[in-house]
Design a protein around this ligand. Sequence first.
Ligand SMILES: Nc1ncnc2c1ncn2[C@@H]1O[C@H](COP(=O)(O)OP(=O)(O)OP(=O)(O)O)[C@@H](O)[C@H]1O
Ligand SMILES: [Mg+2]
Length: 333
Amino acid sequence: MATPAINVQNLTKRYGSVLAVDDVTFQVQPGELVGFLGPNGAGKSTCMRILTTWLPASSGYAWIAGFDVMYESMEVRRRIGYLPESVPLYGEMRVHEYLQYRAKLKGVERAQRNARIAHCVEKCRIKEVQNRLLSTLSKGYRQRVGLADALLADPPILILDEPTSGLDPVQINETLSTIRELGGQHTVLLSTHILTEVEKVCERVIIIDKGRIRLDETMKAIESREPSYWIEVRGPADAVLQFLREQPELASVEEKARHGEFIECEVRSRDRKDPRESLAAKILARQWGLRRLELRRVNLDTLFNEVVRQGYSTPAAANGTPETVEVAATPAV
Ligand SMILES: Nc1ncnc2c1ncn2[C@@H]1O[C@H](COP(=O)(O)OP(=O)(O)OP(=O)(O)O)[C@@H](O)[C@H]1O
Ligand SMILES: [Mg+2]
């Protein structure tokens, strides 16, 4: 098997009494485009700083293209492009001077330097600010200069800490398509708070919370997670619950709420068969009122909330977006 582009084993980082990264293990294969998600303070930037050799781990290991981040940091730095959370720019330099300086520092050959800079300037759409002093750039432009810097030496692995932070909506879309184009030839690990960004560009998502990995799954697997069905019935709650539990087509029934003469349950079907029509018919035949029968697909948004709220996730823990189905009118009781 090919050497993983990123290999993290039992990585832990403490800042004094704060456990920022707690026994994290994951691999990213060459060419993968992975979204690194988590709420504020989850440990994303800390992980990325360790991977890019800017911060030592307290324990555990990490390798970039097979090189140890602790003991082979120069080899690691040669293979990564890093966009840190706050881009450190020299305010008194002009954009083109800064990129020249950075390209030289990164060992981009003199003969190719200008062409390479021009390519990155074009890709990151910063042509119009090339002659500006870095200190006068807006946040979005600083971010784009930081991205150009990360791409300068055409590194095989890109570690991008919130690459779209501070960008306007048009720039967000353009930056995302730049990143999407980089996938395939490059390995990309990018952090963001915007779940739709991950859905748009990433093939896989890793969710971290309180320093621990809560979910590591491909977008395809998430999309094909089994949906659940939300049922709200007007009728004798205990009898309704018992009836649902007796249905052979249902794999699970979870009571969610009771209010007055209504009961709400979340159910999952057996064998991936849609149970809505048969359930509706049986409920109506019992002269109960069917108030709601919804298909809830799993998506990243609901999964993220579920995972971060509840800790480790199982497919059964996932909730989904409602998609109401038409059912027969509620009969008079
Ligand atoms: N230099 C530091 N000294 C002490 N604690 C720190 C330091 N840097 C980060 N932390 C703490 O470590 C934890 C993880 O922080 P980190 O910056 O890695 O989170 P993050 O997932 O990147 O969050 P955000 O989404 O806000 O960028 C937080 O509790 C944070 O307060
Ligand atoms: Mg961060």
